[in-house]
Write a protein that binds this ligand. Structure first.
Ligand code: CA
Ligand code: CA
Length: 164
């Protein structure tokens, strides 16, 4: 399914917009994101990473699952979490994991750490111990907000890629 989108992306090319492929990536405060929910595209965490990275290979750019807390995208972090909530999907993969060292979270692409004290975690999360080693954004409908949540890596869900 995503091959179709890549073809679209390449055929549109790097036109005059800041993010490559018109209507493929969405710019939020200067950072480019790809929301798979716009195309009803789902994958498990590793599969989602691969899709993001393959996009990057085709574009000659570094693309991976989205990360929060990078200096270059600090302006867009909060807006991204809001945008995920607006998209309305319950779960959206982000690029964090604690699979290599249970309880120690880091962003897979950059290697930067993600504190379990970060205020963006859902109250009580991370809570999955060895069973939940991948990071998603969970949308709590009654608050219209998204929060960080550790989740089963094999779950097939929407995801958001970022040009890093
Ligand atoms: Ca875990
Ligand atoms: Ca959890």
């Amino acid at each position: 399914m995503w091959l179709l989108h890549i073809t679209l992306l390449v055929s549109i090319g790097l036109a005059n917009c800041e993010c490559p492929g018109e209507n493929v990536f969405e710019e939020i405060a200067g950072t480019c994101y790809y929301f798979s929910s716009d195309r009803d595209e789902t994958a498990d965490w590793q599969g989602a990473r691969t899709i993001c990275q393959d996009m990057g290979s085709l574009l000659g750019m570094k693309v991976d699952l989205s990360e929060l807390g990078a200096e270059a995208s600090c302006m867009s972090d909060g807006l991204l979490m809001e945008r995920i909530a607006e998209k309305g999907k319950l779960y959206t993969w982000l690029g964090g994991t604690d699979s290599s060292n249970e309880g120690t979270w880091h962003w897979a692409s950059s290697g930067r750490s993600l504190s379990i004290m970060d205020s963006r975690w859902l109250l009580g999360d991370p809570n999955g111990d060895q069973k939940e080693n991948c990071l998603n954004a969970v949308v709590i409908g009654s608050y219209h907000r998204s929060y960080l949540n550790d989740f089963t890596c094999g779950s097939v869900d929407y995801f958001v890629c970022q040009i890093l």
